[in-house]
Design a protein around this ligand. Structure first.
Ligand SMILES: Cc1ncc(C[n+]2csc(CCOP(=O)(O)OP(=O)(O)O)c2C)c(N)n1
Ligand code: SF4
Ligand code: SF4
Length: 1601
């Protein structure tokens, strides 16, 4: 084999790489390693002049700059370095954090994957009071965002602290402004970055260099590590170099691939670093001396003009130019300590290489592996590994590049659309060009974006391309690792060469998220790696689901160091820890021939195994002839008492089978680790695990493959399982071509062409996942069920739903589709059968529904039987039509009859976030637009290809997008603004159409209706539909691009036609977690709430950053132990709701807890949506991170106790027109029990009780006080709301009714301009109605009187919480009232109609007189179809006297009942309904002895007017009360009822004279009196003077029959 050259002589031989040894005092530096080479003085690097990089003139400038330096102020405090060398398995994050902690005093942190663990480590060590090298405990503070971190970092550095931080991706981008500042001010600082992709077309938490490339211009030095070992070593180099050079350094390594790879490395003990840092005391002193300090003040951050700004920038040149030299010196220094030598550019390969690839990051190891293979084949190739990326040193690059090189390929792990080449390529190209180094060709390639695997086979392909015989055919700008069939830029690659050190064993484990497989593997790595002469490497890949997803562990063990940062694909051992995975995935894809496979399954024979093999696996078994083993780990775990936790059983079997270690040696070590892990939990737990280990081996069954089996096996396409899963619904092409392969873990094989550019994914893809992860599934017992639908309400996964079917639909139902008659709902529902249906393959088995069911109607039942029984039932259920419109969706029960448009998300079992969002979709889903902050909700809601946001049968459903974590409120605000602007243009176009008379009469009529209600979410849908249909009928009108304001009628029409998707009112929801709302996104949230814009904000408050593993947010409660608050949170939770109520009285605010109060949640969400302004709903969301003692299935119990104890208050704040008018309703009125009752239920609190009982007790006390005070405060606010005058004194004296009405009335009215056109008047009318009830209730004593306020309105909870709520209540109460009194009313009306008072009781006579005095008045507003229907019925009952509210009301207003359901009914029904309804009203008018019935027609349209004319009404005038356009009054004369024995008030006779005591004016008539006659108005204010009753005609908006 050709010997490889490492760091060829030319690198070491030049002056650049040989630092000057000046610091003789440093010679005492203790050697750490046997391999230690010559120690080099760091002090030499302190002075930029020493490195020889600066030119003489620059040295002069440097001198001037260094005049700032001062003598050291910090004396060394640590003992001499330890000489121990320790090897340990750690990951890149831990390796880095150890160094950072040792050498830094201050850190500001913020979580972002995959950098988070570095912050967690330093927080943990700080909480443990671990000392750093200076004898200090590091000060660690979590900030509200990375922008905050950077600001604080800048401040701490300015104060002279040794500060560090950790981040990546968007976090790094947020730091950019301050990065310029820190570099500009030449501060020593290290920022450790586990480099990650940026969010563009999609978010990716995985590794590449997009983030670091985005800061290469900030002036920070940039240093790249390529492995876990390097991450540690170069972290130290970075800290030394930054102090020496006073230039900040970004030290980066590949996210996940290095940050999360566990590798056995040689650790540098912190104390060994001490002497190196001590040598830098002068540099540290200089840093202190330059700090802001009043005893030697200076000013920084000035504003500079054109005269000096530029020179000031250039003044820093010597510092940056010195950095390469300083860096190399520091590398050499660390080499002296560790024996591991690094160069700015490390060359590996043939000494006379002609083909060299240049790269940076972990990918260089695959290139290096390929180089070894190819050099062994005699090829002249090599790889140049870049460590120092900034400042870019062309000299060092050229020095490191063999002179023999003819062709160069530069591999970038980033992508810059539109650039002339990726950054590394450009730097290398310009270096070669400017260094006059001739090569034949330089090409660039990309690899590894978003952690796409980069393997030696791909690296070989890169070299093959470079070595192409024809120079012209060397591909440039290529990609490797994918199939690019769009730009045809990809390189093909072949089979993996054998590159691992001899004796290395590779293993793969297929587990389910949270089943313990990953944890067990980490433990196994520790056990093995801790053996002498054994190395280990572990890497874990996860799918998108929060839990219950697939995890694949890639483990390697061997006698030599393993540097192989790519996935295992030639495994000696594969463990399949979930039986279903064997049938579902191509689990043997990574097996080497003859490898061993262990399946967690009860199978004992090959036939049983074969029966479960998908075709692909059969092929692999036939080809690879593995050794198969089965182990019923579930049974063993059960037997020893470990329940579902099978990891220990499987781990023991792994040791037995894999041969990685001698089993006799492994088992005691495994048991030792069990003792360590579970010792604290007691002997019982330890013994159970011991038993699991012992029994595992007893139950292991080898399954021999029959001789000759599988000869005819062939590869096939998709697995049968996946194909079957889609059988119940037609799979779209995208599902088939993209989603399914991704779900089958075969996404890597997909070519570019199948993806939609822009990253768009279709809705509802989770429906085909069919994960089948539940061990138990709820079975429904119809006998116990009371049909409350609470099971469906609480289910986080929409996996259980109420079914409704008509008997004739049940003919084809599967036999098990048992139903019962529906309860309640009256005639409309009486034909329906009811059932609760579970989706067994989508249920996660969380048991929330089982525990929530108040009637014990659900039982957790083993999955196997339920899958068989319920799968056909579920499929059948899906075919039944949705019947949501038969129910009021704004109720708990009714909401669950609506199709959930969020289903089968990848959230954890029992997640507390999803039920809220699912409910939102049931209330508003068909018109929802969601801006979702990054967090759990964006992961369970938007991890491709799993899209749980789905559509209804009409194809409508929520449109969902995630912008970023930090900007979600602004993003949602932008959506709202954009939609509003576009819809306003639509409104303008509609007006042009109307003005110009364009389109058809039907269109114009529809537009007339749509225009005033277009911004009312409840009303607009039906009107929009009518417009849309009418537009279609108008035919084509151009492209619709003409601006409507200037367009002709035709142009406007075309514009409307092009934008029909905007006719319905969108409901914009801004959704995110508490980390977003309380911390990083708070500024945006605050701003958006201040704008008054009609957006709805839902905060899913898990009280921590759940998505990144449970770090502290400002919502985290006092005393909770969360990450970044390892010692328990010492500050109380931020009271976001109270703060917002205080700041913005026009914001609707609610605090809700779904599990604690179902109704309140529905109410709050409905109110929030109805509120025409900003709203904020903060939702308590139990989370797996809370460590609920009884498990997530019992989270509802915790939530209830949380509310009862006052831990989580329930309230709703309805804004008023002014600050003082807001009304707070405290829904959790009383505190029951003590906070301690709640705290003991969750591990996040219990941990502290165990760890530090004193602190726990103190914090619990504080928390209790805080809660009590908060409750009192809320109570006071609620009481004050009640005391607020509900209305001003009634205007009885002709004063204008325009005066402060109750806040609700004013606000509601103010927010209805489009609905009513004349909101002030509507407000007055409501006000009148309300005050009328009040005054009437205080005066009435007649027990036989018509039901008046307050008795009548009490039932209605007036003033209403929301309009729709109120309408439904009004209607329901009216109906109930009417039904209850039907019989007596019928009799009484009979008597009344008879015209004779003879049959009347005295009280009836009185009553009739009273009615005569009263002007009856009811306002009913129909906002949606369902309430229209109710109101239609109710309106008829309004014609019944006792349903009418008493007077007074504006004196010139005719008595009127408001009715609906007439005007825009289908043609054939209008006549009939109108005749019936108005007939009732006419009878009533006659009864009241009116001479005419007035029709107040709202939203007049021609057909309706025509109809009324046909029914005898004549258009009289504009309405005297409601004067806006399109409203008119019509009148029809009616014959007043003649009573026997009286002369009666006939037509023209005017008001009746009063035969009783109630004298009064008779309006415009003089005659007519009868026994039942009476004055028309006791106030004598008949005003218009007509003896008339009025009917208000509100058009039904839905034209459906
Ligand atoms: C600028 C930026 N910093 C950090 C992150 C990493 N990150 C993503 S989600 C998240 C936490 C979300 O917590 P929260 O808002 O409470 O939502 P939850 O996950 O609890 O639902 C963090 C820190 C990010 N995506 N962007
Ligand atoms: S067990 Fe959980 S996932 Fe399954 S139906 Fe019940 S609530 Fe839904
Ligand atoms: S919020 Fe909690 S329970 Fe829900 S998905 Fe996130 S981590 Fe899991």
């Amino acid at each position: 084999m050709q010997a490889l050259t490492q760091n060829q002589g030319r690198i070491g031989g030049g002056s650049l790489s040989r630092p000057v040894n000046r610091g003789s005092h440093l010679a005492a530096l203790a050697p750490l390693s046997r391999r230690r080479r010559g120690a080099l003085p760091v002090s030499a690097a302190l002075d930029p002049r020493a490195c020889g990089a600066g030119k003489p003139s620059e040295r002069g400038e440097l001198q001037a700059t260094h005049a700032l330096a001062a003598p050291p102020s910090r004396a060394p405090t640590q003992p001499a370095a330890s000489k121990d060398v320790k090897f340990a398995p750690v990951d890149g994050n831990e390796a880095t954090a150890r160094v950072a902690y040792a050498v830094s005093d201050v850190s500001f942190i913020y979580p972002i994957t995959p950098a988070t663990p570095m912050g967690e480590f330093v927080d943990q060590w700080s909480a443990e009071k671990r000392k750093n090298l200076y004898g200090n405990v590091m000060s660690v503070t979590e900030m509200e965002s990375e922008a905050g971190v950077a600001g604080a970092l800048h401040g701490a550095l300015a104060a002279g602290a040794l500060a560090t931080t950790f981040t990546c991706s968007q976090g790094l981008l947020l730091m950019i402004p301050n990065m310029y500042k820190i570099a500009g001010e030449l501060m020593p600082c290290v920022l450790h970055v586990s480099a990650r992709a940026l969010a563009g077309h999609a978010l990716s938490i995985f590794g590449d260099h997009q983030d670091v490339m985005a800061v290469r211009q900030t002036g920070w030095t940039m240093l790249s590590s390529h492995s876990v070992q390097e991450a540690q070593d170069l972290a130290l180099v970075a800290h030394l170099a930054t102090l020496a050079g006073s230039v900040p350094i970004v030290h980066f390594f590949d996210g996940f691939r290095t940050s999360h790879e566990i590798n056995k490395i040689e650790l540098i003990p912190p104390e060994a670093i001490k002497p190196l840092v001590d040598e830098l005391a002068p540099a540290i002193a200089a840093h202190h001396a330059r700090a802001l300090n009043p005893s030697h003040p200076h000013q920084r951050g000035t504003a500079q003009g054109p005269d000096v700004y530029m020179q000031s920038i250039e003044a820093a040149n010597p510092f940056h130019k010195a950095m390469p030299g300083i860096m190399q010196a520091a590398m050499d220094k660390v080499a002296g300590l560790t024996g591991r030598r690094y160069r700015l550019f490390d060359y590996v390969g043939h000494p006379e290489a002609e083909h060299v690839v240049i790269a940076m990051g972990s990918g260089v190891q695959a290139l290096e592996a390929a180089v070894r293979v190819q050099v062994a084949q005699g090829k002249k190739v090599g790889v140049l590994k870049v460590h120092l990326f900034r400042p870019w040193s062309a000299e060092h690059l050229l020095a490191a590049l063999p002179q023999s090189v003819r062709r160069v390929c530069v591999m970038d792990r980033t992508k810059e659309h539109g650039s002339g080449g990726e950054p590394l390529l450009i730097d290398v190209s310009s270096s070669l060009q400017r260094g006059r180094r001739h090569v034949d060709v330089i090409v660039g390639g990309r690899y590894g974006l978003g952690s796409k695997d980069f393997t030696p086979a791909m690296a070989v392909a890169v070299f093959d391309n470079l070595m192409h015989p024809d120079l012209d055919d060397v591909k440039d700008n290529f990609v490797v690792g994918i199939v690019d069939d769009v730009s045809f830029a990809s390189l093909p690659y072949g089979a993996e060469p054998e590159t691992l050190p001899p004796g290395t064993k590779e293993c793969l484990f297929w587990g389910m998220g949270s089943d313990g497989t990953v944890g067990a593997n980490k433990e196994a790595v520790k056990i093995i790696a801790n053996q002498e002469h054994m190395s280990a490497q572990a890497y874990f890949s996860y799918d998108a689901h929060k839990s219950g997803g697939v995890t694949v562990s890639h483990l390697r063990f061997g006698p030599e160091k393993i540097d192989a940062p790519w996935l295992v694909d030639m495994a000696h051992y594969i463990g399949v820890h979930q039986q279903t995975y064997f049938s579902k995935f191509d689990v043997l894809a990574g097996l080497r021939p003859g490898g061993k496979v262990l399946i967690n399954a009860p199978w004992k024979t090959f036939e049983e195994v074969e029966a479960m093999m998908p075709p692909k696996t059969k092929t692999r078994v036939a080809q690879l002839r593995p050794k198969l083993y089965c182990l019923d780990a579930g049974a063993v775990a059960n037997e020893v008492g470990l329940g579902r936790r099978v990891n220990m059983v499987m781990q023991a079997a792994f040791f037995a089978l894999s041969g990685v270690m001698d089993i006799d040696k492994a088992i005691p070590l495994l048991k030792d680790s069990i003792k360590k892990a579970y010792g604290k939990k007691g002997d019982k737990v330890v013994n159970m695990n011991f038993a699991a280990v012992d029994k595992a081996l007893e139950h292991l069954v080898e399954i021999p493959i029959p001789e000759g089996w599988g000869k005819d096996q062939d590869r096939v396409g998709l697995s049968e399982q996946a194909a079957a899963a889609t059988g119940s619904r037609t799979a779209a092409e995208f599902l088939e071509n993209v989603v399914k392969p991704m779900l089958n873990m075969e996404g890597d094989k997909l070519p570019v062409s199948v993806f939609a550019p822009g990253g768009f994914f279709p809705p509802g893809t989770t429906v085909i996942e069919k994960r089948s992860i539940a061990a138990k599934i709820p079975a429904w017992n119809s006998a116990n069920c009371t049909q409350c639908n609470i099971c469906a309400f609480v289910c986080p996964h929409a996996a259980i739903r109420p079914a409704l079917a008509k008997p004739d639909e049940l003919g084809n139902a599967p036999a098990g589709f048992q139903t019962v008659p529906i309860r309640g709902g009256g005639a409309a529902l009486k034909e329906f059968q009811y059932r609760v249906q579970v989706s067994p393959m989508d249920c996660t088995g969380c048991e929330l529904c089982v525990h929530a069911c108040p009637d014990n109607a659900l039982t957790s039942t083993p999955a196997a039987s339920m899958l068989a029984q319920e799968t056909p039932n579920w499929d059948y259920f899906l075919q039944l039509p949705s019947r949501g419109d038969l129910f009021d969706k704004a109720t708990v029960r009714g909401s669950q009859f609506q199709q959930p448009l969020l289903e089968f998300s990848g959230a954890c079992e029992g997640c507390g976030e999803t039920p809220y969002v699912k409910l939102l979709t049931q209330l508003f889903g068909t018109r929802m637009v969601v801006a979702n902050a990054t967090g759990c909700s964006s992961i369970w809601g938007g991890s491709a290809p799993s899209n749980p946001w789905t559509i209804n049968a009409e194809g409508k459903g929520p449109a969902w997008a995630n912008s970023l974590f930090e900007d979600n409120a602004q993003f949602g605000f932008g959506i709202q603004t954009g939609l509003k602007q576009r819809r306003d243009a639509l409104g303008a176009a509609a007006k042009v159409v109307l003005q110009e008379g364009a389109g058809t009469p039907t269109l114009r009529a529809a537009l007339e209706e749509w225009l005033p209600i277009k911004d009312n979410g409840m009303l607009a849908t039906t009107a929009a539909k009518a417009v849309s249909e009418a537009l279609v009928e108008c035919g084509g009108h151009g492209n619709g691009l003409t601006a409507p304001s200037t367009a002709s009628g035709e142009g406007a029409l075309a514009f409307l036609q092009s934008n029909t998707d905007l006719l319905d009112k969108p409901s914009v929801w801004i959704v995110g977690g508490d980390g977003w709302a309380y911390d990083i996104g708070f500024a945006g949230l605050d701003h958006v709430l201040s704008t008054g814009e009609d957006v709805n904000i839902l905060v899913l408050d898990t009280e921590e950053y759940s998505n990144t593993g449970g770090q502290k947010s400002k919502s985290s409660p006092l005393g909770s132990v969360v990450k970044f608050a390892a010692g328990g949170k010492t500050r109380p939770k931020k009271e976001l709701a109270l703060a917002i109520m205080q700041c913005y009285p026009d914001v609707y605010v609610a605090s809700v807890s779904l599990d604690a109060n179902y109704n309140q949640v529905v109410k709050a969400l409905s109110e929030a949506e109805a509120h025409k302004g900003p709203s904020l709903v903060i939702a308590y969301s139990p989370c797996a991170m809370h460590g609920i003692a009884e498990g997530m299935g019992e989270s509802a119990k915790d939530a209830k106790v949380a509310v009862e104890t006052g831990y989580w208050p329930l309230f709703r704040f309805q804004p008023g027109a002014t600050e003082s008018e807001g009304k707070l309703t405290l829904d959790s009125k009383r505190i029951k029990g003590e906070l301690a009752d709640f705290l003991k239920m969750e591990n996040r609190f219990v941990v502290l009780q165990r760890k530090d009982p004193e602190a726990a007790a103190r914090l619990a006390d504080e928390a209790q006080q805080h809660i009590t005070l908060r409750h009192e405060r809320l109570q006071r606010m609620a009481d004050a709301s009640k005391k607020k005058p509900q209305e001003p004194q009634h205007a009885a004296h002709g004063r204008s009714p325009v005066r402060p009405a109750s806040s609700w009335l004013r606000v509601r009215a103010a927010r209805w301009p489009d609905l009513h056109g004349d909101s002030a008047r509507v407000g007055e009318v409501f006000w009148q109605a309300f005050s009328a009830q009040q005054s009437a209730s205080s005066s009435s004593s007649d027990e036989d009187a018509p039901p008046q306020a307050p008795s009548f309105m009490n039932g209605l909870r007036f003033p209403p919480r929301s309009l729709s709520d109120w309408q439904v209540q009004v209607a329901a109460a009216l109906q109930a009232k009417a039904a209850a009194a039907a019989e007596s009313r019928r009799r009484r009306l009979e008597r009344l109609r008879s015209g004779s008072t003879r049959h009347m009781t005295p009280s009836e006579r009185q009553q009739v007189k009273r009615w005569r005095r009263q002007r009856s008045f009811v306002v009913l507003v129909a906002e949606e179809r369902q309430s229209c229907q109710l109101l239609g019925t109710a309106a008829i009952s309004l014609a019944q006297p006792e349903a009418l509210l008493p007077p007074p009301f504006p004196t010139n207003t005719p008595r009127r009942a408001y009715v609906s359901n007439i005007a825009v009914l289908p043609e054939h029904r209008r006549q009939g309904v109108a005749t019936a309804l108005l007939g009732q009203c006419e009878r009533q008018a006659r009864l009241w002895r009116q001479d005419s019935l007035w029709l107040h027609v709202e939203l007049t349209n021609a057909p309706a007017l025509q109809l009324y004319k046909e029914l005898g009404y004549a258009e009289v005038a504009q309405d005297p009360v409601f004067t806006p356009q399109r409203r008119c009054l019509m009148r029809k004369a009616v014959e007043p009822l003649q009573c026997s024995g009286g002369s009666g008030g006939g037509k023209g006779s005017g008001g009746a004279t009063n035969s009783g005591s109630n004298g009064g004016s008779s309006g415009n008539g003089s005659g007519g009196s009868s026994e039942i006659g009476g004055s028309r108005d006791s106030a004598g204010s008949a005003g218009a003077g007509s003896t008339s009753a009025g009917v208000y005609v509100w058009p039904e908006l839905d034209a459906e029959d």
